[in-house]
Write a protein that binds this ligand. Sequence first.
Ligand code: FMN
Length: 211
Amino acid sequence: MSELQVDAESAFLETVLYSSRAMRRLEPEPVPEALLLKLIDAANQAPSGSNAQQTRWIVVRDPGQKQKLADLNRLHGAPYIQPEVDQPRDAKHKRLVDAVVWQMDHMHEAPALIVACYDYDEPVSGGDIYRKAGSVWPGIQNLLLMARSLGLGAAPTTLALRDQAMVRAALDLPETFAALCMIPVGYPSGRFGPVTRKPVSTIMRFDRWSQ
Ligand SMILES: Cc1cc2nc3c(=O)[nH]c(=O)nc-3n(C[C@H](O)[C@H](O)[C@H](O)COP(=O)(O)O)c2cc1C
């Protein structure tokens, strides 16, 4: 591989990494199945503890099924977000809250709601639901980055999944499954832009945490 190719690849990766923000406003236009499969294939390349590969993906496209998940998102999301709707911290926070409310109102119209699950191979409940959650998130991040590189909007969400019994009933999941993240996917209404994060100087130290 030529140096030029390596430079181009790392520049593209950098563009994707630094502009993969939560895209909540999505167009209802369907996403081709081949692209949805590409997202899951990318997710499936991620590492997992002991290489157990127990993450399972439900790609929800059926309108009735999407409505069930949208209803769960509203059930748990509305009381959570209401205090922030009433009292946003500042203009930037208000933009975030507006986008969360927009997503709540339009969740059922997203072309696909992708639910990331972990299969424990035994019934799981309570705090155990999050025991191996760490093995699911690298796949979710792969999916988000692949979505960005394909020009698709996506955002990780968890509010709809607060009651696992309700999610299991909605999606017909075995009781060995924990649903850990729901990612609405579609063509973005807005434009991709740079993410804003705290400067590295405030979030890392070399060798030990001292000032
Ligand atoms: C573990 C986790 C849970 C999240 N849950 C939700 C959620 O339920 N609803 C939502 O709208 N966004 C959710 N998000 C998205 C975050 O709000 C978003 O990533 C963060 O505000 C940064 O946004 P940005 O990448 O656009 O800057 C979640 C993100 C993570 C990592």
